[in-house]
Design a protein around this ligand. Structure first.
Ligand SMILES: [Zn+2]
Length: 198
């Protein structure tokens, strides 16, 4: 492993730990595989749009959203279908750059109707904004994929889920530390619980 890659991996781990310290978690009463406060985007996720600020974020968001839309071959069928749009006004999930540093090694943060992290889950929201600080562009592509997929989970209403290890859920609090880059069965069950499916 290259020295820069090791440095980046450590940075992602450290950043996620910082975020995790801020987030209380609650287990949903309806299931035991995921964490949510049962609040969600009130627009739903069926035939909705997402928007990205630049070509690089658009490509990353496309790749990650495809995995969520297709259930990533987990066999868990949901009503989720979010497609890219060039019209930000029609988007319920935006991917943007920010010059604001969220703290050392924090790769990205999700704001639901302007509220960050746990506060965003106290009530339903209409739009998520996934903000990527300068540090985001410094981590390897593989980790960027995992981070974006993880933040999409927050934008959907999922909270951190560490009970099954780093490869058991994309909502593990250190996205990119495992081998997965997309949602797992537990994550799709959370989407199905919030937005429907079978
Ligand atoms: Zn997170």
């Amino acid at each position: 492993m290259k020295k820069t890659a090791i440095k980046a991996l450590f940075a992602v781990l450290a950043g996620a730990l910082i975020l995790f310290g801020l987030l209380p978690v609650q287990k949903a009463s309806a299931a035991y595989d995921y964490y949510t406060k049962s609040t969600k985007n009130y627009n739903g996720v069926t035939y909705q749009k997402f928007w990205a600020q630049d070509a690089t974020l658009s490509s990353l968001a496309n790749d990650s959203m495809y995995l969520w839309n297709s259930s990533n071959n987990t066999g868990i069928v949901t009503n989720m279908n979010l497609q890219n749009t060039t019209n930000r006004l029609s988007s319920i999930m935006d991917f943007v750059r920010t010059n604001v540093d969220f703290g050392q090694y924090v790769a990205a943060r999700t704001f639901n109707d302007g509220k960050a992290d746990a506060a965003a889950f106290e009530s339903n929201w209409g739009c998520s904004e996934i903000r990527c600080p300068p540090y985001f562009s410094q981590i390897p592509y593989h980790y960027q994929r995992a981070v974006i997929a993880h933040e999409i989970g927050h934008g959907l209403g999922l909270m951190h889920n560490n009970d099954w290890g780093k490869d058991g859920s994309i909502m593990y609090d250190r996205p990119g530390s495992g081998s997965i880059i997309g949602p797992q069965a537990r994550d799709m069950k959370g989407v199905r619980y919030l937005y429907g499916g079978y």
